[in-house]
Design a protein around this ligand. Structure first.
Ligand SMILES: [Zn+2]
Length: 325
């Protein structure tokens, strides 16, 4: 059912309208597509995924929630003032220059908006079960150090904001990107309320931090091994009894990715997504999708993988709205 359509309860009389059904929340900002020059990170993927979801009939553009940039007070729950000052002035310092992403005011702003986007999606997920940020997943960022292509750890910001606001206590991050979620692991290393799970290629960037659960796969691992090990790991996540799951759904475990050598197919990535998303949703746990990495030789493949992830999430949410999940 679309927003604005009339809804009537079958068993409650001829004219009694049902309360409005929750709609899946899709958060996205054009600011995510910042100018980064020649680079392996395809920032154009974000708008391409939005467009694909619209063409598939999963989304209408007017339904997209435009996030505000994360306020400094929210960012300070995760990052140091000195580091945020560097970003605010686009300064290359020892804190920011570790990044493999250029730094400009526009790029810093994009990462602050992405943090606002994941935070908004997490808030929405608490009321409508499933939410998607068509962006985010910048899991390499530390409190006072940029890393990889990441400046602001939007996953950590979203969890810390919801905790501060009293919306939840226990959370989990399920990180299925090719690369370990080192920043996220480090940020929550002393927090028993936040369970961090990363499944990734072992012999690859970054230098590993210690998550609550790490599964490091050998080069060449394919669908069966990835999904089998993932399913085992998810058992630990569910045992933590999280009140929300933030899913980092990187597209880079794909077999034709330029940065890694895992060998997941489109079908394997779909199975992965269903294990996480249906697993959380079926247990009544709100879940938030963030996109993370993705460097397939063909941009269309990265877009296809992310679009499939979002589509599964939206269909799960629509199913619950219709009482058919
Ligand atoms: Zn990655």
């Amino acid at each position: 059912m679309r927003v604005g359509e009339a809804a009537f309860c079958a068993d409650s009389g001829p004219v009694a309208p049902c309360p409005p059904m929750p709609r899946p929340a899709v958060v996205h900002s054009p600011a995510y597509q910042c100018e980064i020059g020649p680079h392996v990170f395809p920032v154009e993927k974000y708008e391409r995924v939005v467009q694909a979801l619209i063409e598939l009939g999963e989304l209408r553009r007017e339904e997209i929630i435009l996030p505000d940039p994360a306020p400094r007070d929210d960012l300070l729950l995760v990052h140091t003032p000195e580091y945020l000052d560097d970003l605010a002035h686009a300064r290359r310092t020892r804190r920011t220059s570790c990044s493999e992403m250029p730094l400009s005011a526009e790029i810093a702003h994009a990462h602050v908006v992405a943090a606002g986007g994941t935070t908004r999606a997490a808030r929405e997920a608490l009321s409508c079960a499933v939410a998607v940020n068509v962006g985010g997943g910048f899991h390499h960022a530390f409190a006072d150090l940029a890393s990889g292509f990441c400046y602001i750890n939007d996953l950590a910001v979203a969890i810390r904001v919801l905790q501060r606001d009293g919306r939840l206590r226990r959370a989990a991050v399920v990180d299925c990107d090719l690369h370990q979620g080192n920043g996220t692991a480090h940020l929550f290393r002393h927090d028993d309320d936040v369970f961090t799970f990363s499944i990734h290629q072992e012999n690859l960037y970054p230098v590993k931090e210690t998550s609550d659960l790490d599964i490091g796969l050998e080069s060449g691992a394919g669908d069966d091994e990835f999904c089998g090990r993932l399913a085992e790991g998810l058992g630990r996540v569910w045992a933590h009894d999280p009140e929300i799951v933030l899913y980092q759904a990187g597209a880079d475990p794909f077999e034709d990715d330029q940065l890694g050598s895992l060998k997941l197919t489109f079908a394997g990535l779909e199975t992965r997504d269903r294990l996480v998303l249906a697993g959380a949703h079926g247990r009544g746990i709100p879940v938030v999708v963030t996109l993370g990495g993705g460097y397939a030789r063909r941009l269309a493949d990265t877009v296809r993988i992310h679009t499939q992830t979002c589509r599964i999430a939206l269909q799960l949410a629509a199913g619950s709205a219709a009482g058919t999940a």
